[in-house]
Ligand binder design. Structure first.
Ligand code: ADP
Ligand code: MG
Length: 244
């Protein structure tokens, strides 16, 4: 049964022999990257700074173009950036509405969809606050609400929790797993923490020197906890390859 289910899963992202060089004469930022992501998968990219993680997300989002190789990307993608990337002069509601406006949504529906997402992410009482009046975690929630408002099939997150304290990060991990489980969206996330990747993803992709070094399937039952034996062993296994 497992095999049958796997084989009929639709691939939403595919990279085949992809190279990316930003500037002439510069070393390649991606070297021969091949990877596929199935519909509904939760994938984490990890690896040292500068190894090309954000470049992969930007190509999936259509913000950058591959230099050579073949890329298949989905039509509706949303990106969540590290600090929420909010407009400081707009309140929470307007920041979320903007994402929808850019997709051509207007009128009552615009308002309705924005409020729905703000409530879902637990910010109803902060709807008229400005980014400077919010905590880091709340700002990141606004970024997530804005990304989800357009109902993307693929959600991209680039080190979304890097600047947050451990407790806030833990809460947001729970939220993102809930969103993933309830909506069935495909998630590709960049993390700089092995523990975070093992807590969340079904597959962890380790990058080094601008290419994919290792791929780890994580079959541990969720919710995953540090005390779990498989969890600790998996973190250790990935750590070894990371620092090798
Ligand atoms: P990571 O997210 O893993 O830290 P990036 O994908 O941001 O790495 O960057 C990979 C490499 O590409 C780095 O050497 C970086 O300096 C270079 N790079 C990224 N974006 C640009 C750009 N817009 N122009 C030129 N070089 C870039
Ligand atoms: Mg990056």
């Amino acid at each position: 049964m497992q095999n049958i289910t796997n084989s009929i899963k639709e691939k939403v992202i595919a990279f085949d022999g992809v190279w990316k060089t930003y500037d002439v004469g510069q070393a390649a930022s991606l070297r021969n990257v091949s990877l596929t992501v199935d519909q509904g998968e939760f994938v984490c990219l990890i690896g040292p700074s500068g190894c090309g993680k954000s470049t992969i997300l930007k190509i999936i989002a259509g913000l950058e173009k591959e230099s050579t190789g073949v890329v298949t990307i989905p039509g509706n993608v949303s990106m969540v950036f590290q600090f929420g990337a909010l407009f400081p002069w707009f309140d929470v509601l307007k920041n979320v509405e903007l994402g929808l406006e850019m997709q051509g949504v207007r009128g009552e529906r615009l308002h309705h969809e924005a409020i729905k997402q703000i409530e879902l992410i637990g910010l109803a009482e902060h709807i008229h606050k400005y980014p400077r009046e919010l905590s880091g975690g709340q700002r990141q929630r606004v970024g997530i609400a804005r990304a989800l408002a357009v109902d993307p099939s693929v959600l991209l997150l680039d080190e979304p929790f890097a600047a947050l304290d451990p407790k806030t990060t833990f809460e947001l991990h729970k939220d993102i797993l809930k969103i993933w489980a309830e909506t069935g969206k495909t998630i590709v996330m960049v993390s700089h923490l092995i523990e975070e990747a093992v807590s969340l993803a079904g597959r962890v992709i380790l990058m080094k020197d601008s290419t994919i070094d290792h791929v780890f399937s994580i079959d541990i039952i969720r919710p995953r906890r540090e005390q779990m034996k498989d969890y600790a062993e998996t973190v250790e296994k990935i750590r070894k390859e990371f620092f090798r």
